[in-house]
Design a protein around this ligand. Structure first.
Ligand code: 13P
Ligand code: SF4
Length: 304
């Protein structure tokens, strides 16, 4: 009788499958994954999986949808279909069309944390790792940027362009949990530590940090830093990977409650079941997918 891990290995070979996981997945999912990364790295990986027929995507829906848009001929599975990013649900295609009518001279840059129907309305996508680079790459002086208002603010501080957030108050409920007072307290408690936060955090939290980085940016920063202690202001499981890859360094969560419940719906058992049954297939309407694909590919080109 095979245990879950052995069964997953057997099914992966049988189905010619690969497992991709976001940095916020639990340690047991990260351990069974063939590749763990941030949103941008996962998009790029999804373009490089020619040899696999099946992809099990351990992340939220927009990440799996992006893989499906880039690979219409492959079977993209998600272990729990309920794993949805609430921020992505905050901006629908209709609202973008209205904003475009109000600002016909503006480019539309959408965060990859968005619905497929919204991506289809974008000129180009971005992630938190490349948002500034993407906005800089455009000839436009005015940019409609959504759905994350905090990432829009982060970009507006680094480019000489007008950034208009759509919607007004798009946000991530996990990164909204971080407060300035907690950072001040931790700074006093650990004066030698460096504070790293994600650009989805509120403006004053970003301003109080030493570095504002995507999850992949945190991995690279810590790997090349001479610093020994880090206070980490993003989803709690980010620390799982940081600790595994940097056993000689210390990581202090800025907030133990910062858990993305939506990401945590995937379990090893559900990964096994989804490989076994191949029922939870991620599909995107062909017309929407074709338009969204252009915006995703433009982003990948700019990030090379
Ligand atoms: P990264 O692109 O930094 O991995 O972030 C994705 C995300 O959902 C953050 O909440
Ligand atoms: Fe969405 Fe926030 Fe979860 Fe990231 S952490 S997937 S933005 S809810």
């Amino acid at each position: 009788m095979l245990n879950d891990l052995q069964e997953i290995e057997r099914l992966k070979k049988e189905e010619n499958a690969i497992i991709l996981a976001h940095n916020y997945q639990t340690s047991d999912i990260q351990e069974i994954a063939d590749f763990v990364g941030d949103s941008l790295e996962l998009c790029i990986k999804a373009l490089e999986i020619e040899e696999s027929d099946v992809v099990v995507f351990c992340g939220v829906d927009f990440m799996a949808e992006t893989a499906a848009i880039l690979n219409p001929c492959k079977k993209i599975l998600i272990p729990d279909m309920g794993s949805k990013c609430p921020m992505a649900q905050m901006l629908h295609a209709e609202e973008i069309r209205k904003a475009k009518n109000r600002h016909p001279d503006a480019a539309v840059v959408l965060y990859v944390n968005s619905l497929a129907e919204a991506k289809a309305e974008a000129d180009i996508l971005c992630t938190s790792a490349n948002a500034v680079q993407v906005v800089e790459s455009l000839p436009h002086d005015k940019v409609l940027f959504g759905p994350d208002r905090n990432l829009a603010w982060y970009v507006s501080q680094r480019v000489n362009k007008t950034i208009i957030p759509i919607p007004e108050d798009g946000h991530c409920y996990v990164h909204k949990m971080f407060h300035l007072g907690d950072l001040h307290f931790l700074r006093e408690e650990y004066p030698d530590a460096e504070i790293l936060v994600h650009p989805e955090c509120d403006r004053e939290v970003q301003e109080a940090a030493d570095h504002v980085l995507s999850t992949g940016g945190m991995i690279h920063h810590v790997a090349q830093s001479i610093q020994k202690t880090f206070i980490v202001g993003t989803e709690l499981d980010m620390i799982t990977r940081l600790r595994r890859e940097n056993p000689d360094k210390t990581f202090i969560p800025a907030l133990n409650e910062a858990i993305c419940e939506n990401m945590k719906l995937h379990t090893v058992e559900k990964v096994k079941n989804c490989l076994l049954n191949e029922e939870v297939v991620v599909q995107v309407d062909e017309n929407i997918a074709n338009r969204a694909k252009l915006a995703i590919k433009r982003m990948v080109e700019v990030s090379k």
